[in-house]
Design a protein around this ligand. Sequence first.
Ligand code: SF4
Length: 302
Amino acid sequence: MPHTILLAEPRGFCAGVVRAIDVLNQVLDAETGPVYAFHEIVHNKYVVDGFRERGAIFVESIEDVPAGSRIVFSAHGVAPGVIAAARDRGLRVIDATCPLVTKVHLEAKKAAKDGFEILLVGHEGHDEVEGTKGEAPDRTRVVDSRRDVQALGEPGRPVFVVTQTTLSVDDTADTIAAVRERFPDAQIRNDICYATTNRQAAVKVLAERAGLVIVVGSANSSNSVRLCEVARAMGTPAYRVDGIAEIDPGWYDGVEVVGLTAGASVPDDLLQPIIDDLRARGVTRIEPVVVAEETVEFRLPE
Ligand code: SF4
């Protein structure tokens, strides 16, 4: 049975998630009427359930929000069409979009204005990708892999590349290499954020040294799912769980060292029961694996 836990640092909340959660908490404190949130404020089941208990109402369509209501946009950003629909409905908007996602929107918007065809490297259907694509829907093609790039028709315009912020660093490097091969003059922005990069660097160390990696994070959390994939790509068994209830103790059989990390939308509280359980099973050593120190903070919106 395990005797050691390797605990990734950094792990869990990033600055964009902290900001989005602070925003929704403050709005709930301040408003007397209903508070709506467009999309899950961050992609974590426990965080979203907690806000539901406080009264937040999560919607997928602006049309589900009564005119004049207070609404908060999630950390993943929204398309300009959503902003316009909210304005037309007289909604009182507070935008909790992560500033690093806003930066990608601005890049896409400028590229479209400057006459580029935009290749958005990302996962079709993800909230963030839908928002960024909305800056220039007629000019944007979403590509997820080398194969997608190779299958593209001729763009007919110079190519500009932006990316989702929470992708696999290694897979994205391969997709971008394919873009460079097909469109050598393409202008390329790799927008994978610091939090995604650091958490993947840490999980690689865990996967090198541990016999099992556990990633805490929800199934719809892109960066959490990527952490699990990165560990598995190194040949180490890895599981993504929302919390301790989803852990099968059989995973620990024959494992001496367990790596533990969490996606950028995961409260650290969710790791403690897992650590306590492992201690009860005989773990005597908890070793932090520090790959970076994060000092990023974002100011709250007005
Ligand atoms: Fe912002 Fe990155 Fe956190 Fe997403 S994962 S909210 S882009 S800091």
